[in-house]
Design a protein around this ligand. Sequence first.
Ligand SMILES: Cc1cc2nc3c(=O)[nH]c(=O)nc-3n(C[C@H](O)[C@H](O)[C@H](O)COP(=O)(O)OP(=O)(O)OC[C@H]3O[C@@H](n4cnc5c(N)ncnc54)[C@H](O)[C@@H]3O)c2cc1C
Length: 559
Amino acid sequence: MEMEGTKTHYEVIVIGAGVAGIYQIKLLADRGIDATVLDAAGDLGGTWYWNRYPGARFDSESYTYGYSFSKELLNEWHWKERFSSQPENLRYLNVVADKFGLRKYMQFNCKVEAAHFDEAQDLWRLKISDGRELTARFIVMAVGLLSIPTLPRLKGRDQFKGLSFHTFSWPHEPVDLKGKKVAVIGTGATGIQVIADIADKVAHLTVFQRRPNWSAPLHNGPISDEEMADIRRRYEEIFTTCSRTPGGFEHEPDRRGFYEVSREERVKLWDKLYDMPGFAIWLRNFREIFTDEKANAEFSEYIADRIRRRVKDQKIAEKLIPKDHGFGVQRVPMETNYFEVYNRDNVELVDITETPITEITETGLRTADRYFEFDIIVYATGFDAITGAFDHIDIRGLGGQKLRDLWAEGPTTFLGFMVHGSPNFFMPSGPQSGSASTNFPRGIETGVNWCTKLMDYMWAHGYTRANATEEAQQSWTDHVKKMYSVMLMRKAKSWFTGYNSNIEGHEYGKTRYFVYNGGQPKFLSQIAEVANNSYKGIDFNSGSLLAGLKAEDAARAGK
Ligand SMILES: Cc1cc2nc3c(=O)[nH]c(=O)nc-3n(C[C@H](O)[C@H](O)[C@H](O)COP(=O)(O)OP(=O)(O)OC[C@H]3O[C@@H](n4cnc5c(N)ncnc54)[C@H](O)[C@@H]3O)c2cc1C
């Protein structure tokens, strides 16, 4: 047997050891396939390995987030909280990896820097940050859709002499917040979690907000032994519901028409939803919230009023109410006492649209009209979402086609799982797949199952190359785009549309069609149809056809 570290070829290389990579290697190990997982991180867990900031937790109900593939695991694991926190989530993923003996397939501290397709041999050649070159017939891109953090382009950012980090890179060792003057820059989903968690632990907290986000109470709470026993009994029903609902959650939209019921009825529903846990307020609402400006505006005003009631200083309340987008047109950050934070004497809100940050200095930062001193600066400034991790790898397919160039204006894919011109390259939770717009793990399990069955099919038929056709890719991308056209979210400045002012080319107005908006059931039926029709839309070839292929590829490259 080749020693780990000297082995250079695998049938499958999985890139990323998060929720997706762990499940992928489980399925490959079950089949006895020669496979490994590579991760740039020091250990497994992906999102839950990296994001260790205080307050990091699920907004998915824990028991709908966990894997569904093993009854034994479902029966053994006790989710302690309805919305479990990062340390427990990381422990869960470690328990899964250990239970199924998966750790031995994983290699850490190895960042994949390049992946080039070798057309003569139908395999991928990978360059790893530790200097190794590895090859694999297939690569599975389990690289994450929110795994590349972005920092603001601020003058002097490296000058600061205190502690400063992006929430994604929050240190592993405890950070002593007591008595400290802390800045948090950013009020997205992460900012909202971290701000609410640390406000009463620091001496002074200054929040720098550019654009407020709509947010509503999470209503977290413990899960007792009795409740967990009940959840275990209901698991099958829970996962069936998740596969039936648009978002992959237990939450189902209210089937009544917004305009069919009276204003009193609508408010009655909203009062109920505001007190319910998780995304109920978003996903159990009237469907018109997502598509109809007037309906959305009425509901947004309802939430605005809730904010006004929770914040004492009405000038601050108004600053916390978004004016440039309606509720729910982007993934809704869930909060625990977030708005009440601004009633505290040790918390200040600075609107950086009015007074922009002009520079970071050795001891703090300067805005257009003031100077602030800090011990710690926290950047809660989000991610190069969806395509960032792909763009960070030099990926070249047939004819040297660079994925980065192909996707320069936004991704084009087949089912979100494949890219024409990049054969044997699978993205179980890729851009335009069913993952990002849903409860991620539900989409991830679907994607990993589908990609693995496709590999099974190829192994069974002796195929060495699978390439999505250009037509199939175009038709999927058109379908994804079409679905944006009816959704209010198409106008949002969010990662659903590819907006990120900290990345060149991701300015507002250059919509990127990042996510599949058709809902889980539609997605499931479409990918099943492809699989059931001998993978319609994918060209397969076996090694014996290589000579012909090379000529075809050369012709394509010359186009
Ligand atoms: C703070 C936070 C909270 C979240 N909460 C929820 C939630 O409640 N519900 C929900 O559905 N989703 C949530 N998400 C989304 C979350 O990302 C997914 O739920 C899920 O963890 C994604 O798993 P993954 O395996 O696809 O990717 P990730 O967990 O992102 O793992 C990808 C891995 O790939 C590695 N990698 C990337 N590029 C390379 C490379 N070039 N070489 C080697 N390794 C590489 C990374 O280091 C990382 O470890 C949250 C995300 C964040 C950031």
